[in-house]
Design a binder for this molecule. Structure first.
Ligand code: PEP
Ligand code: MG
Length: 603
């Protein structure tokens, strides 16, 4: 029986399986000497600091120059970020002052500043920025290594010459620069890595995914359980790591690696093909994006358009609101990038877990109770999305004008989130008309025929589709929130995450009802929640009549492949069978059986 390290709060980066021998890296928190220096040693100590910073600066510059042109853009961006951190006066000037005023050694001064900077990062109420403190620690660690006299902050890799096998690094933490170095300069096959810390938004994780390096991060205590040279299988899709696997597991993993390699090569060929089922029914595969630059990834993945542009990310992590012109530039950029393919721009969905900085809040002068600027008792049920926009007409009109102006540059559609009431739909439409009038007064162009759609993500909306289908031109099922609100579980609360069940019969009934309602009224319906990119649910959604799926760009080709295997009549029979089931486990088994049958080509 192989020993299985089930990750404890760990996270697989979801890019395949790696097999190799473990190489343990020394803990990054090495002993830091701390002592007072004589006043006449200050100049020397400051010179040590300056020298260490210069060496690390040169090292990062060299790495940056080595980045291949074909490498993903993130690779250079990580190194630029580390260079910026290194040049920040809080890190490079303040420790010098500490050496001068407190007469302490360079390492001590640097670590005092490190803790100060990290405290500032960790106080930021945003997971992405909080996790940047990790980048600061990685940069300071490089400088500390130089101060400790290491010729290079790079750790050499052993050659498992006797076995000829690749190396899997096991570390407390790895910086993006380390990952890059091991991949490009170590001279040995670097197959993957495991770390004790890290999470879904750490830069190292993002980089590993974009470089296709299998890794599992956040496995507490992994360095104590793995020995140097141990054979490991890193399954970054399931987040599991097999330590000293037996011959059967090894053979199975090798088979899976071969299958994945073949599958990826095959998928690239699908980019230019229109997705259609085996019985010839076309299916639209659209992309969800968060920032204008993501539109390029969507195009690369062969998306039929943008099914959901989550505009709130333009409003976050800043102390002001984006102006109409700034928003217009962003929306127009996406419209132009997509070259006439449809672009669905969702109006601001702020609130719940997507909070604005207090200064950027529309109501920051003269706030109302529960307006999103302070903690709300129940934020997911509070002043969120369209409710927020209707409460702040100027903010809403500014965004609508920007979207309307961008409609000149492509096929833009407008999507309104979290609608539940007839009067909300009517008010949203009235605001669009008002914004159009304002642009006409200003003699600015826009697409007068722009389509307005509504998100169905509140159960009350799904059960009362009449006002939606009469007044809107398309519907988009936000299954992430629909599940949250149907099953009464906070999407962000890990203690109830086990209750988040997309295959709960109540959720499926609401989805099916909405698809049928749209069909009857001749209104296109899409799914833009995570379910659309989950291959397990594809046949069921197709069987319910769904023909538009919107997902993250990376999921488009695997789902396209899935669609080619499916048959709409078989899918409809599956949906009818599932409609009679009451247990999500039973439903999941039925979907898995149907999946196997579809892959075999059964009708
Ligand atoms: C959803 O709720 O399914 C959705 C797509 O919107 P978001 O995840 O942005 O809330
Ligand atoms: Mg939503």
């Amino acid at each position: 029986m192989p020993s299985l390290i089930q990750q404890l709060g760990g996270y697989g980066v979801a890019c395949g399986i790696a097999i190799g021998r473990a190489h343990l890296l020394a803990p990054s928190e090495f002993e830091i000497p701390k002592y007072h220096i004589a006043p006449d040693a200050v100049l020397h100590e400051v010179a040590r600091l300056n020298n260490a910073f210069s060496l690390v600066r040169a090292e990062i510059k060299e790495l940056r120059a080595d980045v291949a042109e074909t490498a993903p853009a993130e690779v250079g961006a990580f190194l630029d970020l580390h260079r910026m951190i290194l040049d920040d006066s809080l890190l490079c000037d303040a420790p010098r002052d500490l050496v001068r005023t407190r007469h302490i050694n360079a390492e001590w001064a640097l670590t005092i500043q490190l803790e100060e900077v990290c405290r500032q990062f960790e106080a930021i109420d945003d997971e992405y920025f909080r996790s940047r403190s990790q980048d600061v620690r990685q940069v300071v660690e490089r400088v500390l290594r130089r101060l400790a006299g290491e010729r290079s902050a790079r750790v050499p890799l052993p050659k498992h010459a006797d076995t000829g096998e690749a190396t899997i690094l096991v570390a407390h933490d790895l910086s993006p620069a380390d990952v890059l170095h091991f991949r490009e300069h170590s001279g040995v096959a670097f197959a993957g890595f495991l770390t004790e810390i890290g999470g879904p938004t750490s830069h190292t994780t993002i980089l590993a995914r974009s470089l296709g390096i299998p890794a599992v991060v956040g496995i507490a205590g992994v360095r104590e359980r793995v020995g140097e040279g141990d054979r490991l299988i890193v399954d970054s899709d399931s987040g599991r790591v097999y330590l000293r696997p037996d011959a059967d597991i090894l053979a199975e993993s090798r088979r899976q690696i071969r299958a994945t390699t073949q599958q990826r090569a095959g998928l690239r060929k699908l980019r230019g093909r229109v997705a259609q089922t085996r019985d010839g029914v076309p299916v639209e595969l659209l992309a969800n994006i968060e920032l204008p630059g993501d539109a390029r990834d969507a195009l690369e993945a062969g998306a039929d358009g943008i099914g959901l542009f989550r505009t709130e990310f333009l409003f976050m992590n800043r102390d002001d609101l984006p102006s109409e012109d700034e928003q217009y530039e962003s929306y127009a950029k996406v419209a132009r990038t997509m070259k006439g393919k449809p672009v669905v721009i969702r109006t601001l969905d702020v609130g719940a877990d997507k909070v604005l900085n207090p200064g950027a809040h529309a109501g920051s002068s003269g706030t109302r109770d529960g307006d999103g600027s302070g903690p709300q008792p129940n934020p997911a049920l509070g002043l969120r999305a369209i409710r927020y926009c209707l409460a702040y007409p100027d903010l809403f009109l500014t965004q609508l004008r920007a979207i309307l102006r961008a409609s000149e540059h492509g096929t833009v559609r407008l999507l309104v989130p979290m609608l539940a009431h007839l009067h909300e739909i009517e008010q949203a439409i009235a605001f669009v008309i008002r914004a159009q009038e304002q642009l006409t007064e200003r003699r600015q162009k826009f697409d007068a025929g722009i389509e307005i759609g509504g998100m169905i993500e509140v159960p009350g909306a799904a059960l009362n589709l009449g006002p939606f289908v009469r007044r809107l031109k398309f519907l988009s099922l936000g299954t992430n929130d629909l599940i949250q609100y149907t099953l009464a579980i906070d999407r962000t609360d890990s203690s109830v995450a086990y209750l988040y069940e997309p295959l709960h019969p109540a959720v499926l009934q609401l989805i099916h009802h909405t698809i049928r309602g749209g069909e009857k009224a001749g209104l296109p319906v899409s799914v833009c929640g995570e379910m659309a990119g989950d291959g397990t649910a594809s046949e069921l959604l197709l069987g319910m009549g769904l023909r538009r799926f919107s997902m993250s760009p990376a999921q488009i080709l695997p789902i396209k492949q899935r669609i080619f295997d499916l048959d709409t009549k078989a899918a409809a029979r599956l949906a009818a069978r599932v409609a009679r089931m009451h247990d999500p486990m039973e439903i999941r088994s039925a979907l898995q059986r149907a999946d196997r049958a579809a892959r075999r080509g059964d009708k």
